[in-house]
Design a protein around this ligand. Structure first.
Ligand code: HEC
Length: 246
């Protein structure tokens, strides 16, 4: 106890004495000044990380680095790896020449596989059937009731329409069909084109292998010998045949 007094009393006395200064404007010795005088932080000034965390040297090196500068004009915000999710500029103008050019040059970045075709089918059924019809024959409700005339069929007039022209039309619109660029992302436009290619072939969904890749008709095992359709399910059991093995 005695020893503690001997040490603590002179220590307090020393602090007390040195805390007093003659300058009346000086706050004296401050303990944790940030607590009562927070630093004035300016927006868009790079102060570096907290020196207490990273050390004064690192913080100083970080200060005034260009991280808060404005990006160059025309910069496209980009995050992640899915390029199609972003509105990268479309290089073809809305002219008949560029429509032809898109038809020759522009090809789909997507694979023709089950996932993309089925995603395209969902887009098609939600956004295109009212004009183009479920099978793409140009007989959707708006065509039948006479609101929009001259919707072509994918199976005859548009049978050989290249995918680049489809994309161009979806992006810019054509005739009475408006642009769908604001409703469909680039990926969705290419997905629905995957499904239109199925409709161009008559609308029969291809068979897919275990990797989701479409099989050519000759790849279908024993397709020649098998009856075209599975035997009809007994009355009341339609649609249950797929569950038979469970
Ligand atoms: C308001 C009705 C309407 C809707 C909705 C519509 N279309 Fe069309 N579409 C048309 C008409 C009309 C044409 C014929 C345009 C022309 O050649 O003048 C057309 C033409 C097309 C063509 C052929 C373009 C070409 O280059 O000749 C494609 C492909 C097409 N539509 C795809 C779609 C898809 C995919 C959707 C859904 C995302 C869709 N359309 C939604 C009315 C519509």
């Amino acid at each position: 106890m005695k020893t503690a007094q001997h040490i603590l009393l002179p220590a307090f006395a020393a602090i007390w004495l040195t805390a007093c200064v003659t300058d009346p404007n000086s706050p004296g010795l401050e303990y944790m000044p940030d607590m009562y005088r927070s630093p004035a932080v300016e927006a868009y000034v790079d102060y570096g990380q907290e020196p207490y965390e990273v050390g004064e040297e690192v913080a100083r090196a970080q200060r005034n680095t260009p991280s808060s500068r404005k990006p160059a004009p025309g910069t496209i915000a980009f995050r992640g790896t899915d390029q199609l999710a972003f509105a990268l500029p479309y290089p073809y103008a809305q002219t008949p020449e560029d429509y032809e050019r898109a038809g020759l040059e522009l090809t789909s970045p997507l694979m023709t596989n089950q996932a993309n075709i089925e995603a395209g089918q969902r887009v098609y059924e939600a956004m295109c059937t009212q004009c183009h019809g479920v099978e793409g024959k140009g007989d959707g409700a708006l065509s039948v009731n006479g609101h929009i005339a001259g919707i072509p069929s994918y199976v005859d007039k548009l049978k050989d329409l290249p995918e680049g022209k489809m994309y161009h039309t979806l992006t810019w619109g054509k005739g009475l069909m408006g642009s769908h660029a604001s409703q469909l992302s680039q990926r969705q436009r290419w997905e629905v084109i995957e499904y239109i290619k199925v409709l161009q072939q008559g609308g029969e969904m291809p068979e897919f292998d275990e990797n989701g890749m479409p099989m050519a008709p000759s790849d279908t095992p024993e397709s020649e010998d098998e009856p075209a359709a599975a035997p009809a399910a007994p009355a009341g059991m339609e649609g249950m045949a797929d569950n038979a093995s469970y």
